[in-house]
Design a protein around this ligand. Structure first.
Ligand SMILES: NC(=O)C1=CN([C@@H]2O[C@H](COP(=O)(O)OP(=O)(O)OC[C@H]3O[C@@H](n4cnc5c(N)ncnc54)[C@H](O)[C@@H]3O)[C@@H](O)[C@H]2O)C=CC1
Ligand SMILES: O=C(CO)COP(=O)(O)O
Length: 324
C-alpha cells in the first residue's frame, strides 16, 4: 500500500485518486478550495468534473496542503500552465524523499518549458516521473481497461513505481524516455485540435486520417529533434494518445477544434491544453528542423491569421513531395 497525494481535483486528478484509492492505497486528493473539497466529501462524487461516478469511500479530500506531508508519492494534476505556481503553493508540505509524478500535458507559454522543465529546476530530477498515455478520465474512473506510460530517468525506478501505481485495470508501462513521453502528451493535443477542426468543416474521414498520419510525422520529428526516442512516439504516450484524442469528441481538444470552426465555443468551454501549447509546439518543431504545416495551420487559425478554410486550402496547396 502506498500513500499518494493527488494535487488537483479536476477530471484527471479525481479519476487517478479514485483508481489508486480503489486499489487499496491511502490517497489524499487536494482540491483548490475548501468549498470544492467539501462538496466531494459530502456527496462522495465530483459532479463538476466526473458526473455520475461514485468515488472510493476511502478517498480523503481536503484543501489543506499539509495533508501531503506524509505521502510517498505526489501526483501533480493541474493544467500545464499552472504547474509552477501550484508546486510553489504545496512544496513546503512535500516530503523531500517523495516522488513527484507529473500528469499534465502541455508546454508553458511564457517559459517554453514542459512541467518536467519547470520542476527539474527546483527538485532533484531523479525524484520526477511523467505519467502520460491514452486515458480519458471517465474511463479510468469507471475502471475500464487502460494502459499508459510512466517515465523516470532511471528505468529501475520507473519499473518499481509503475508496479506500485498499476491497478487491476490501469496498467503502467515503464520507460526512461522522459522527454519523449512528456512531449507526446503535449503535441498530440495540437494535432487533435486540427482533426477537430476538420470534423467541424465536414472534410470527411479520409482527411481526418491524413491529418492524424501527417500529424504523427510532425510529432515524431519534433520529439526526436528535442532528444526523445522514435520508439516512444510509436507507443502509448505518442501514437496511442494521438489516436484516442483525434478520434472522439470526448476529447476536449478535439471538441475545441470542432467548436472553434463551427463558432460554437462556450464561455465555460472545458480545458483544451493544445490551445495554450500550440505556439510553443510549433516553435519546438521548427527548432527540430520540421516545417510542421499542421501545427502551423492550428496556430494561425487560433490566432485568426487564417480562416479554417484558408488553412485547409494552404495545406492542400503545399508542393507534392516524397512521403518519407
Ligand atoms: N481529463 C483527462 O482525461 C486527462 C487529462 N490529462 C491532463 O491532466 C491535466 C489536468 O487536466 P484535467 O484534470 O482534466 O483538467 P480539469 O479542467 O478537469 O481540472 C483542472 C483542475 O486544476 C485546478 N486548477 C486550475 N488552475 C489551478 C491553479 N492555478 N491552482 C490550483 N489548482 C488549479 C482546477 O481547480 C481543477 O480542479 C491537463 O494537463 C490534462 O491534459 C491527462 C490525461 C487525461
Ligand atoms: O489526454 C487525454 C486522454 O489521454 C485527454 O484528452 P483531452 O484533454 O483532449 O480531453
Amino acid at each position: 500500500m502506498s500513500k499518494i497525494g493527488v494535487v488537483g481535483a479536476g477530471a484527471w486528478g479525481t479519476a487517478l485518486a479514485h483508481a489508486w484509492s480503489q486499489a487499496e492505497n491511502s490517497v489524499t486528493l487536494l482540491a483548490r478550495t475548501e468549498k470544492a473539497a467539501k462538496v466531494i466529501r459530502e456527496t462522495g462524487m465530483n459532479e463538476a468534473y466526473l458526473p455520475g461516478i461514485a468515488l472510493s469511500a476511502s478517498l480523503q479530500t481536503t484543501a489543506n496542503p499539509s495533508a501531503l506531508s506524509s505521502c510517498d508519492h505526489i501526483a501533480l494534476v493541474t493544467p500545464a500552465q499552472t504547474i509552477g505556481e501550484v508546486f510553489e503553493k504545496v512544496s513546503l508540505h512535500i516530503p523531500p524523499t517523495s516522488q513527484i509524478i507529473l500528469c499534465s500535458k502541455g508546454i508553458n507559454k511564457q517559459s517554453a518549458l514542459t512541467p518536467w522543465g519547470i520542476l527539474g529546476k527546483v527538485v532533484d530530477q531523479t525524484r520526477l516521473a511523467v505519467l502520460s498515455g491514452p486515458s480519458f478520465a471517465s474511463d479510468v474512473a469507471r475502471e475500464l481497461p487502460t494502459a499508459i506510460t510512466l517515465a523516470m530517468e532511471n528505468i529501475a525506478d520507473a519499473e518499481k513505481l509503475s508496479a506500485e501505481l498499476s491497478t487491476p485495470t490501469l496498467r503502467l508501462y515503464a520507460s526512461d524516455d522522459t522527454i519523449g513521453v512528456e512531449l507526446g502528451g503535449a503535441l498530440k493535443n495540437v494535432i487533435a485540435l486540427a482533426v477537430g477542426m476538420a470534423r467541424g468543416l465536414n472534410l470527411g474521414a479520409s482527411a481526418e486520417a491524413a491529418l492524424i498520419a501527417r500529424g504523427f510525422v510532425e510529432m515524431q520529428a519534433t520529439i526526436v529533434g528535442q532528444g526523445g526516442e522514435a520508439q516512444t512516439v510509436s507507443g502509448l504516450s505518442g501514437l496511442g494518445d494521438l489516436v484516442l484524442t483525434c478520434s472522439s469528441p470526448q476529447s476536449r481538444n478535439f471538441a475545441y477544434g470542432q467548436a472553434f470552426v463551427t463558432r460554437s465555443l462556450t464561455d465555460n468551454q472545458p480545458l483544451a491544453e493544445g490551445v495554450h501549447t500550440a505556439q510553443r509546439a510549433l516553435h519546438s518543431a521548427r527548432q527540430a528542423g520540421m516545417e510542421a504545416p499542421i501545427m502551423e495551420a492550428v496556430v494561425k487559425v487560433l490566432d485568426s491569421v487564417w480562416t479554417p478554410q484558408e488553412a485547409m486550402q494552404n495545406l492542400l496547396a503545399r508542393p507534392l513531395k516524397r512521403e518519407h
